[in-house]
Design a protein around this ligand. Structure first.
Ligand code: IMP
Length: 191
């Protein structure tokens, strides 16, 4: 399909309303498990829109903090913290918020780092779970949506920093994006 400016229009994987309902359901699950409140730790940058909507849907006391990690070199599995937390999580009820769990390598690293700081509890919440590609299985306590083996964009998820702003999730053609990262731009931006 061709978009308004002539660019390709990507297929919608999770529409805005479905996304909203999923976020509310996850927020209800977190609230039910943490009636006394919870500390959400969002992994930058992809989980920012999800975390922002999550905290507005939570009906229990909530604090939020942020962690940034470097991208890992393909197949190395090596990442490091480039922005650490402000909060001391010792003895706290913590929920780690991810945008997508794919191979699980990032999550395994972050989880290990946080566990060393001895929180009272550490659960994982992810907007998207792409289980078919998992290399390191890690328990996911709260899952928004399970998706298949396709690259996705929007609602925080990017390709070279583009498309994070979308209020829904679309499938991206990785080959097309690699040859032109702005391949979908005409569909999402006026002018
Ligand atoms: P993992 O370490 O393989 O589980 O990858 C997790 C990270 O890779 C996510 O937090 C995203 O930043 C990125 N990622 C994985 N799949 C996608 C995708 O389909 N679109 C955009 N980013 C992705």
């Amino acid at each position: 399909m061709t978009g308004p400016g002539g660019g390709e229009s990507p297929r919608v994987v999770i529409a805005r309303d479905v996304l909203r309902a999923g976020v509310r359901r996850v927020a209800d699950e977190i609230a039910a498990a943490h009636p006394d409140g919870v500390l959400l730790i969002a992994v930058l940058k992809g989980s920012v829109p999800f975390t922002a909507d999550l905290i507005r849907s939570l009906t229990v006391p909530v604090e939020v903090d942020f962690l940034a990690i470097s991208a890992y070199a393909p197949d190395s599995g090596r990442v490091r913290i480039v922005k650490d937390l402000d909060a001391d999580i010792y003895g706290r009820a913590v929920v780690l918020v991810e945008d997508i769990v794919d191979t699980g390598l990032t999550l395994a690293y972050v989880r290990g780092e946080l566990e060393r700081r001895a929180p009272a509890s550490l659960e994982v919440c992810t907007l998207l779970d792409r289980a078919p590609r998992r290399i390191l299985p890690t328990p996911l306590r709260y899952v928004g949506f399970e998706i298949g083996d396709e690259f996705v964009l929007g609602y925080g998820l990017d390709f070279e920093e583009r498309y994070r702003h979308l209020d829904h999730v679309v499938a991206g053609d990785v080959h097309a994006l690699r040859s032109d990262p702005d391949v979908y731009a005409a569909h999402f931006f006026a002018g």
